[in-house]
Design a protein around this ligand. Structure first.
Ligand code: ADP
Ligand code: MG
Length: 317
């Protein structure tokens, strides 16, 4: 049953409005917010903030679940095909909802191409590897920070996935993020888009780290950068789990100081990013224009590799 924020004791229309404006739309959102965040966002006092979060947590059930209940809720996890069997297998059957999936790798390794592919494939019917239902097309939000999104490429990929190119374009909500604040705020506004009735099932951020890296330069700014990135990642994880959305982000690499081989390239973002990500894929160029994806750090899957290609029609085996 749906309970409104106003149903919480101590929450009047004004506070509820403030909460919604800051992206906290439901009791579930509130339960996953820290008191500290609430003080900042809704302008309530410390005592009230603590009480509200506690009440919300009580309502969604103390936080503890049996493993069986968790197993049951995991049954709502759905999967999106990448259009490569090998890549789907690597991910345990495609890209999962309720997860954060990160691709990192050198320039030209296919990170952006996979983002385009997923934004198209999400629109496929469920039996074909997408998340559309007969009366409800699944939509993607594409946040571009690097200026590499290409509608022309969407058209090619849509044709390759047997989707009408015009409707493929119409079901991707595209936005260019100009700095990290903008990027953070876009993500915070997504719940209200969903509550307005948009069937958003995929979020692509290409790339998640570029702005953070460019804006917070030097050692002295590292702590602040990581803290802001951490908050952003928590927003993303919340979005993924509360709304059963798949989140795909790309990331750049930097050479490890002691590195020598390709795998010695390191993802930007440090431990903060590594810990928040559910599936981390390292991408690189292989022989004969192939691409190699290596799964790193997945919760229940072995570390292994898949080979795929980038063709005119999109990602293929
Ligand atoms: P990055 O990892 O830097 O985001 P991209 O995903 O942009 O890399 O991959 C770029 C590569 O994708 C190009 O070098 C090219 O090999 C391939 N590619 C892009 N468009 C096409 C296309 N229409 N047909 C075939 N290959 C393409
Ligand atoms: Mg790219």
């Amino acid at each position: 049953e749906i309970v409104d924020l106003e149903d919480l004791p101590g929450v009047g229309p004004k506070t509820a409005q403030k909460l919604r404006e800051s992206g906290i739309m439901t009791i579930e959102d509130l339960a996953m917010t820290s008191a500290h965040e609430l003080i900042e966002k809704a302008g309530v006092g410390e005592e009230t903030a603590k009480k509200l979060v506690e009440l919300a947590q009580d309502m969604v059930g103390k936080g503890f679940k049996t493993a069986y209940e968790y197993y049951e809720s995991r049954k709502n996890v759905e999967r999106i095909t990448t259009s490569s069997h090998a890549l789907d297998d690597l991910l345990g059957g495609g890209l999962e909802t309720q997860s954060l999936v990160e691709a990192f790798g050198e320039f030209g390794s296919g990170k952006t191409q996979l983002g385009h592919q997923l934004a198209v494939n999400i629109q496929l019917p469920k039996e074909k590897g997408g998340l559309s239902e007969p009366d409800k097309v699944a939509q993607a939000v594409y946040i571009d920070t690097e200026g590499t999104f290409r509608p022309e490429r969407i058209i090619q990929i849509a044709k390759g996935s047997q989707i009408d190119p015009d409707s493929a374009l119409r079901n991707i909500l595209f936005i260019r993020a100009y700095n990290s604040d903008h990027q953070i705020n876009i993500v915070k506004r997504l719940p209200s888009l969903i509550h307005e009735g948009r069937n958003i099932r995929l979020l692509v951020i290409d790339s998640i780290t570029a702005h953070f890296r460019a804006e917070y330069v030097g050692r002295s700014n590292l702590a602040e950068r990581q803290q802001r990135l951490n908050q952003h990642l928590r927003d993303l994880l919340k979005l993924a789990t509360v709304y059963n959305i798949a989140v795909y982000v790309t990331n750049q690499v930097m050479a490890k100081p002691e590195g020598f081989f390709a795998i010695d390239q390191q993802a930007v973002g440090g431990h903060v990013l590594a810990h928040a990500i559910t599936y981390r894929i390292f991408m690189r160029k292989g022989k004969d224009r192939t691409r190699i994806a290596r799964l790193i750090d997945a919760p229940h899957l072995p570390e292994r590799e898949a080979i795929f290609r980038i063709t005119e029609e999109g990602i293929r085996d």
